[in-house]
Design a protein around this ligand. Structure first.
Ligand code: UT7
Length: 309
């Protein structure tokens, strides 16, 4: 069966940085509390979902060295589209000079893994080269007077070009899950702000991440010991630590960038994955476990064999 391989990647963060100190001027909070309870120190705010997507995707295209005209599908994961209609992917497709199908995927913070898996479905039925992007601008739907959410959410984007390969596809196992009966725990109405039951999301997040990771590893025929790097959704370092503890995965085999990015939803896993790649933490043949959770309540994981050359 035709598989896929990432041949180039890019990321984008808005220039404007909001520190915990900045937030403590805006609301009743402080650096010590946010750092201890979340691990976040600063986050980037600004831009639109299209502008950040165009920036990260252009970097991915440049790195891969491919002709944009050769890309035959664009999948953009976002829970914060710029407009209700059309899909933000249409704006991005035009700006990048692509001439291909383009659509948005919304699975909240699990979205990038959903998009990456969906892209493999397209490769399996004949697509040759896809652009997969995860972008969110959560600052636009954050209530900046609610200290329970404003300290967490931020903006960012990560993108990659995925090529079809007849042998040596890097996706070894995957799992996509959702439980819509829990939508009341984390939601934003159209035009409204994010509402969240933080404690309950925290409790369930750990359980569903661990469960999803085990399912993907089983499908890949691998165990936790085979994982060189775990790339979890960057929501809260305590969630990541708890999940890693339950998976028996040491933190030094886990990618964490949330101290700099906050929770960027669809962008969170690609920002952490490509940060690891850019900083020499990944070698060809390494087994990488991406695992996320989010509103819906969705969970998603993918086990990939890293191969950049
Ligand atoms: O992509 C998925 C998105 N969602 C998540 O991942 C959220 C998961 N949940 C969490 O990350 C955590 O539940 C939070 C960071 C949101 C909250 O942390 P917590 O440890 O669950 O705190 P808490 O809500 O139990 O609050 C503990 C105390 C309370 O004070 P009292 O009642 O003990 O006096 C809160 O009022 O901390 C207080 N508090 C704050 N203090 C300073 C709550 N938020 C803040 C704040 N600054 N920002």
């Amino acid at each position: 069966m035709t598989g896929g391989r990432i041949i180039g990647w890019g990321t984008a963060l808005p220039d404007k940085v909001l520190t915990n100190g900045d937030l403590s001027v805006m609301m009743d909070t402080n650096d010590e509390w946010i750092t201890e309870r979340t691990g976040i120190k600063r986050r980037h705010i600004g831009g639109s979902t299209a502008s950040l997507s165009i920036e990260s995707a252009q970097r991915a295209i440049d790195m891969s060295g491919v002709d944009p005209a050769s890309i035959d599908g664009l999948v953009l994961s976002t829970t914060t589209p710029d407009r209700t209609v059309p899909a933000t992917s249409a704006t991005v497709q035009n700006a990048l000079g692509l001439r291909c199908g383009a659509f948005d995927v919304n699975a909240a913070c699990s979205g990038f893994v959903y998009a990456y898996v969906v892209a493999h479905g397209l490769l399996a039925i004949g697509a040759k080269r896809l652009l997969v992007i995860g972008t969110d601008t959560l600052s636009r739907i954050t209530d900046w007077s609610d200290r329970g959410t404003a300290i967490l959410f931020a903006d960012g984007s990560g993108a990659c070009v995925v090529d079809a390969v007849s042998e040596g596809g890097q996706l070894l196992g995957w799992d996509l899950d959702a439980d819509g009966s829990l939508e009341h725990l984390l939601y934003a109405d159209v035009g409204g702000y994010i509402h969240m039951d933080g404690k309950e999301v925290f409790r369930r997040a750990v359980r569903i991440m661990v469960d999803s990771a085990h399912k993907s590893l089983a499908k890949a025929g691998l165990s936790v010991d085979d994982v060189s790097l775990c790339v979890p959704h960057q929501a809260n370092v305590r969630i990541i630590e708890a999940a890693c503890r339950q998976l028996s995965l040491p933190m030094d085999r886990t990618a964490v960038v949330l101290q700099e990015t906050g929770n960027t939803s669809s962008a969170s896993i690609p920002l952490a994955l490509f940060d690891a790649a850019n900083n020499g933490r990944l070698s060809d043949g390494d087994i990488v476990l991406m695992v996320g959770f989010g509103a819906g309540m969705t969970a998603a994981s993918a086990v990939i064999e890293w191969r950049a050359t």
